[in-house]
Design a protein around this ligand. Structure first.
Ligand SMILES: [Zn+2]
Length: 130
């Protein structure tokens, strides 16, 4: 327990500062809800990689701009909602289903030849289909 001094200040225990990598004169942010007041080392809202300050996305305590995010994970960059994205390549299962509809009487061997896969894979896909 710590007491506030006459000016409303409090000393933050040194161990806590060390744990949170806070040094004397570092800027701190103050948050509050109905029950508590929280302090956090201030992090700029600029992109941590390029210091761009526009349209940054908040992720795990850091901000990343859209362009850097795109470079990290091209498929996860924001933009179009998922539903309007052009559909990706059909999966092996899709192609298998199609081939079965087209050649309902084909044997596993024939299906394997049509799809250019092994018979083992055909029987595997057969199971996945059910
Ligand atoms: Zn950036």
């Amino acid at each position: 327990m710590r007491k506030l001094d006459r000016l409303g200040r409090i000393v933050i225990p040194k161990e806590l500062l060390e744990i949170h990598d806070i040094r004397i004169r570092d800027p701190l942010e103050i948050f509050t809800d109905d029950k508590r007041i929280a302090l956090r080392k201030y992090r700029s809202t600029d992109c941590i990689f390029c210091e761009n300050y526009d349209n940054n996305i908040y992720f795990k305590s850091y901000f990343i701009c859209a362009s850097c995010l795109k470079q990290i994970r091209p498929s996860e960059a924001p933009g179009k909602p998922v539903s309007s994205r052009p559909s990706s390549k059909p999966t092996a299962l899709d192609r298998f289903r199609e081939a079965k509809e087209k050649y309902p009487d084909a044997s596993q061997k024939q299906l394997a030849e049509i799809l250019g896969i092994t018979q083992g894979r055909v029987s595997q896909l057969n199971k996945e289909l059910k």
